[in-house]
Design a protein around this ligand. Sequence first.
Ligand code: ADP
Length: 461
Amino acid sequence: MAITKFKKIMAANRGEIAIRIFRACTELGISTVAIYSNEDRLSLHRYKADEAYLIGQGKGPIDAYLGIDEIIDLARKKDVDAIHPGYGFLSENPEFSLACERAGIAFIGPPPEIQQRLGNKVSGRQVAVEAGVPIVPGTDSPVETEEEALIFAKSCGYPIIVKASSGGGGRGMRVAQNQKELLEGLKSAASEAQAAFGDATIFLEKYIESPKHIEVQILGDKHGHLVHFYERDCSIQRRHQKVIEIAPSLDLTQKMRTEVCGYALKIAKTVGYVNAGTIEFLLDKERNFYFIEVNPRIQVEHTVTELVTMRNLVQVQIRVAEGYRLADPEIGIKNQKDIELRGFAIQSRITTEDPNNNFAPDFGTIKAYRTAAGFGVRLDAAAGYAGAHISPHYDSLLVKISTWGLTFLEAAKIMHRALQEFRIRGVKTNIGFLEKVMTYPVFLEGNCDTSFLDNHPKLFE
Ligand code: ADP
């Protein structure tokens, strides 16, 4: 397979991840193209690219970034060689990657067939079974009637979690403790998923009490070589959405780490995975891993993996999309042993959410903005400056702070210090809440599971 060196890459996204992609490209000597909606005309990602174009006029703030034909037409006209989809928006849409392929533009991610097989949770579970990887006990196929749901409930017992096959970001999920909640949950999860993802397909899983969320970063080249970049522990969640992520997990023995990374590679091998992806698992109190889903794209929390493996994942994504082998000097991963784990990293998502008002998103203009800096601190932000306008149209992520230390305690201390250094005025943020977590004994002992925040209301006082 010949190598196609990219000269120009478009980020079909906005915000911090678009900027993250541009930075990776610039360092590789590749020029960059931004797209922006009318609502984003003053947004920083527009100014961080070599070229920027307004898209989706009259379509609205979200739909602007979902217009496949318009984005591909623009990319063609501007001689774009490859498109990086980031996360969210079109990143998991096989129609988009197919349209790129047809237009002769490289899609920096897995090909459409793989997105199709892994992109929804029901078919992802089927792949895991094929790979011989344990899954959470659940229904083998979508649940279409109340009767089917009740039959499953009878065999599995409560609590049960109702999940939308296309769900993401914690949406389209309901926990049911009894029959009444199950029947209600079926309806409400389906309608939420239909509205958010255009797909009302629902399935059921046994609800595992207070598990840990452990996920493995994988990456494959186009020549059949696959590696993992170890795990992240993303157990600190609010409403099933990640808030703080850690790499590596403090809680895994070496044997467990080998086990879960092995499971991830088995799944990746089964589909012939190409480019970057994350295989997500739950770890129950009896120390069993269960596959839950695959995210066939770069994730928000990839930064912590980059810090502990010292590998630039977005650049590796670009290189494998150009056709390089992992072992080529441009990437330099001859085998799994070349990926070393060093130290600990923590990521905190600073959001414009008000912890004193049930984390309601806040909007407005940032009046003062002073960042943290110094040893061990990495910042990824898009609206990180005084005068930036925080609009209600997009998600509330303001800055990702990632810190690195030789020990977990050191990384946590740096994070605490960095959070204290931050000053953001004009919009409410969750900084005070994150600071409390960084000094909280349960957190420092590495003992957080997915019910940590629910079980420690003191953190919200
Ligand atoms: P999403 O795609 O919305 O992120 P996931 O399937 O990845 O949904 O699950 C998100 C979170 O929801 C998990 O990290 C976990 O906290 C919770 N969760 C999902 N499935 C289960 C389950 N079967 N039992 C207990 N918790 C679950």
